[in-house]
Design a binder for this molecule. Structure first.
Ligand SMILES: Cc1cc2nc3c(=O)[nH]c(=O)nc-3n(C[C@H](O)[C@H](O)[C@H](O)COP(=O)(O)OP(=O)(O)OC[C@H]3O[C@@H](n4cnc5c(N)ncnc54)[C@H](O)[C@@H]3O)c2cc1C
Length: 391
């Protein structure tokens, strides 16, 4: 990283050490109570106020004139390293979509509330029968017949992360079923407390409930809720999804932290003969393999960083980083489970780390699905990077 970016890193690190709100566990983002919710909203606001978040926005909307594209990556790396609560993807994606497609009125109304930590956003895209193939979604936004320009929305969404505490939702719904399925979709900005919206949290196998089913039953929306053009929703949501994948570069730091946990686990896990797992050759070989995989991810991130510096980013950068991170994460959790199951006990100092691995093992799969499943990433890489024909 250039020296000025490293200087920025030092400032971010000091800020996080002084003010950061901790994460309770990987993928655990919904506040446990009102005190934690207040702390998280305050923390997000502090990051915007300090100029660390939203620095890439236009200057007149609070952005910073000397923003460097690598600052965002460094910020995410340091949040992970400091175990601080990470800004919600949904909030960042919504900001990008509003900045790119919003009217001046929407920007004036919505963006300051994001910066103040007042508006948490969720994404209302996926449906029970529309995930990877999002354009097949069936939620209808039927235009009013009168001159008002309003819509009535009916349908069901699912896997909506943070919907239970979000103030706003970015909704994708079908406004014209008679045209090409990508062409008949519209994006809406929706207050989550409107009549007709019912939110039911879904319990995950980790025991937490981080995402929800959202039922929309005759929800009335006005023209001020349309983001971008009517029937132009596909462009709005796909621009955001692409930027979501780019954030994952910072996750190489996460993998490094996981490796430290893997070594700590191998030191604390006892085999039947009383020796620590780390003394066994097969465990050492597994650790070496894990480290090699992490080094591969770090090289991918370094390659991306080098190309960001010379303005030579490629559409496949996000999918490559996402795939490498998600699959390596799962591989590490499987290694941890092998270490645990080959042991008969864990020393007291390793209990906390073992608990973390149980959670990460159950949570890790989600990463191979959210933000585009691994199979979809492989398809994108095949077409965009390797130039393979569509199967
Ligand atoms: C932690 C998490 C958070 C999420 N948060 C949100 C959110 O906030 N808002 C939201 O709207 N959605 C959210 N989602 C939903 C997510 O976007 C979908 O789960 C994802 O798009 C996959 O869709 P699906 O679950 O319907 O699976 P499907 O699309 O039905 O896929 C099932 C399987 O088939 C494979 N498959 C599908 N199509 C192809 C293909 N063309 N080629 C090869 N294989 C294929 C997939 O890879 C997968 O293995 C979240 C999901 C997770 C796990």
């Amino acid at each position: 990283m250039p020296a000025d970016v490293e200087e920025y890193r030092a400032r971010v690190r000091a800020f996080i050490a002084e003010h950061g709100v901790p994460m309770r566990g990987e993928g655990v983002r919904v506040p446990a109570d009102t005190a934690e919710e207040r702390a998280i909203r305050g923390w997000l606001r502090a990051l915007y106020d300090a100029g660390f978040l939203g620095a890439g926005w236009p200057v007149e909307r609070g952005g910073s004139a000397d923003h460097h594209p690598l600052h965002d990556l460094v910020l995410m790396e340091e949040l992970i390293r400091g175990d601080a609560y990470r800004p919600l993807d949904q909030v960042m994606l919504s900001s990008h979509a509003i900045l790119e497609f919003g009217s001046d009125e929407q920007k004036d109304r919505l963006l300051p509330r994001i910066r103040a930590g007042e508006h948490i956003w969720c994404q209302l895209f996926s449906e029970p029968d529309a995930g990877s193939d999002l354009a097949s979604l069936r939620t209808r936004a039927v235009p009013d017949t009168g001159a008002g320009g309003g819509f009535t929305v009916t349908g069901q969404k699912i896997w909506s992360t943070d919907a239970q505490w979000a103030d706003m939702g970015m909704l994708l719904a079908r406004t014209d079923p008679t045209v090409n399925r990508h062409a008949g979709l519209t994006a809406f900005v929706v207050p989550m407390d409107l009549p007709g919206i019912e939110i039911r949290p879904v319990r995950e196998m980790t025991g937490y409930a981080e995402f929800c089913e959202v039922f929309l039953d005759g929800v009335r929306l006005g023209p001020e809720h349309v983001l971008g053009e009517v029937n132009g929703g596909w462009q709005v949501v796909t621009s955001g999804l692409a930027s979501e994948r780019a954030f994952v570069g910072a996750n190489a730091v996460q993998l490094e932290r996981m490796f430290d946990d893997l070594v700590a686990l191998a030191r604390a896990a006892r085999h039947p003969d009383g020796t620590a797992a780390i003394g066994h050759e097969d465990v050492q070989a597994t650790l070496a393999e894990a480290l090699a995989r992490i080094e591969e991810v770090k090289l991918i991130v370094r390659d991306t960083v080098e190309r960001i510096l010379v303005d030579d980013e490629h559409p496949s950068d996000g999918p490559v980083a996402k795939l490498a991170y998600a699959e390596t994460n799962v591989a590490l959790t499987e290694t941890a489970m092998r270490i645990i199951t080959s042991a008969v006990s864990v020393d007291p100092e390793g209990v906390e780390v073992a608990d973390r691995w149980y959670h990460n093992f159950l949570w890790g799969r989600a990463l191979t699905i959210s933000g585009g499943a691994s199979e979809i990433m492989r398809g994108l890489i095949g077409r965009q990077l390797l130039g393979l024909p569509r199967a």
